[in-house]
Design a protein around this ligand. Structure first.
Ligand SMILES: [Zn+2]
Length: 200
């Protein structure tokens, strides 16, 4: 068993559930192809991806309104917890797979980084939430969203892998990510937002 195996496929297919949410500060109306790229890559490892709403683009049903979201999200625990509670209330009776999903929130925020998965956004048993800024969609590999989902799955590990010998793996920080290591596939397979049947 090589944890660095890059062709590892799960024996039994699992599905990851995502709720795509847009805040008013994110003025694009799409995910920049990140969900489709994630789906294609995950499928090589026998992992499915269910995105609510279908397609993952901005619609009225997944646009969170509210005066506090007219400004970038502040970089403190109270703000992250408030955001995740508001998202949770919004998707509770709507989103596929609820509550076993990870919110991917397209928004601008004060913290540094083109995309972040702040540990302070963790609520109860759920994974921390992924926040994707507009500059996060500039990566050519379109792996920004899946990389952040990797952080959510690997929590609480410090989970970057910038080792040269596994250059191109999902959890490297630079562009050009094309495969998951076995250890990363296994982390997804036991994530809070993973299920053995496709959510309806
Ligand atoms: Zn990262």
């Amino acid at each position: 068993m090589d944890k660095n195996d890059r062709d590892f496929r799960l024996n039994k297919r699992i599905f990851l559930n995502v709720a795509a949410i847009y805040l008013p500060t994110f003025t694009r109306t799409d995910d920049g192809g990140n969900f489709e790229a994630a789906r294609t890559l995950l499928d090589k490892h026998n992992i499915g991806l269910t995105v609510w709403p279908a397609g993952g683009g901005k619609q009225s049903i997944n646009s969170l309104q509210g005066s506090r979201y007219e400004e970038p999200v502040k970089n403190d625990k109270d703000s992250y917890q408030q955001l995740v509670k508001d998202v949770d209330n919004w998707i509770r009776n709507r989103a596929t797979g609820y509550p076993f999903l990870v919110p991917v929130i397209f928004c601008q925020y004060r913290a540094s980084g083109a995309a972040i998965t702040p540990f302070e956004s963790k609520l109860g048993a759920a994974s921390p939430a992924c926040l994707i800024s507009m500059s996060g969609l500039n990566m050519n590999d379109k792996m920004t969203v899946l990389h952040e989902m990797g952080h959510a799955a690997l929590y609480p590990d410090a989970s970057h892998n910038n080792d040269e010998e596994v250059s191109g793996n999902l959890m490297q920080e630079s562009d050009g990510r094309t495969f998951l290591l076995r250890s990363q596939v296994e982390a997804f397979s036991t994530a809070f937002f993973a299920r053995i049947v496709a959510a309806e």
